[in-house]
Write a protein that binds this ligand. Sequence first.
Ligand SMILES: Cc1ncc(COP(=O)(O)O)c(C=O)c1O
Length: 374
Amino acid sequence: MGLNNKFSEHGQKLLLQHGGNLEQEANRLKVNISSLIDASASLTPFPLPPNLQKCLSQGVNGTALKIYPDRSYLRLREAIGKFHEVDSSMVLPGNGASELITWAARDAAWHGVSILPSPGFLDYKRALRCWNGKFITCPIPLKWNSFFPQFFPLKPHENVIWITNPHNPTGQSWSLNSLKAMLSSQSLVICDEAFLPLVPDGEKESLIPFVAHYPNLIVIRSLTKLFSIAGLRLGYAISSPRRLQQWQEWRDPWPVNGLAAMVGIKLMEDEDILKTQVKKIQDWVKVEGEWLQTNLQKLSGITAHPSATNFQLIESSVSLTHFREALAKKNILLRDCRSFNELGENWLRISLKKKSDNEKIINAMQQVLSCIDE
Ligand SMILES: Cc1ncc(COP(=O)(O)O)c(C=O)c1O
């Protein structure tokens, strides 16, 4: 097999592991990207706040693209530290949460065996494989109620636990009380809080206040989800200064580009932007999430699982592969769950959109289901 074929085969595999493959899907369906409703990637459906748009264009017209960013990202670290009430030495910005997951995995590989709750975010495996890190997957129950936050269902006995709060792909949020216990029992606790700012009242369950007392704790955050800036790439880790200093020495210089750093400083220093966005998004999750859940529950043959955040799982007793494809033909993309071993083809993940799109999704689902029934 030629190298190009191998590369594209690998590309196809990667496509299945993540939602939001808009360009490929648009090509496959022979439509414009703009005509697709993408409920496969869990991004918020609102435009960038005007002051951030202004900041970006100032960056493009100013020096942000011309000069190297400050290699220590001091101002950005200070702004994030101030927001979370931790010292700036406990903050490391990264090229999205994904970059920081790679470095967390290097530490995890050194500590021993990682426990990965399963089904779970697939990128942890990718990151552990970079460093030949050992891991075992531990199944979490696939039935849960609608009372959030919930008790974290695993009692790990290995060295490293990877927590996603709220959990991806199930959308469950975990209670701080159930997570705290692991800080004393595990040699390393990695908590990915990429979606926590989107969860109504979610901040109360954050492990960030514990970082100062537990050097074995790493919390990872993303700004990708909250502001829908997946293309800009901006996340940060909060952990012990010694650990972050080590990561900083290992990694490439300037992993956060000048524009991303500028936007990060703007939105972390100007707390109004962040607080307004958080309120807007949490209100949307509350109102639209409830609407979607209620309407999904009315669909025959589909079980809609409850969620604390902006995506949720649906399940059927039969394969949903054709159902997903029929929706794609109506320009609606849902997340294929075949890459999650414990889920497979009877499950799909659906992301919350704005009201008019949520209505289109429900209408299209009703139409497809009624054709299947006939
Ligand atoms: C749970 C979780 N953590 C982290 C990420 C990666 O975020 P970023 O875009 O900041 O790299 C994702 C992206 O889908 C995610 O689902």
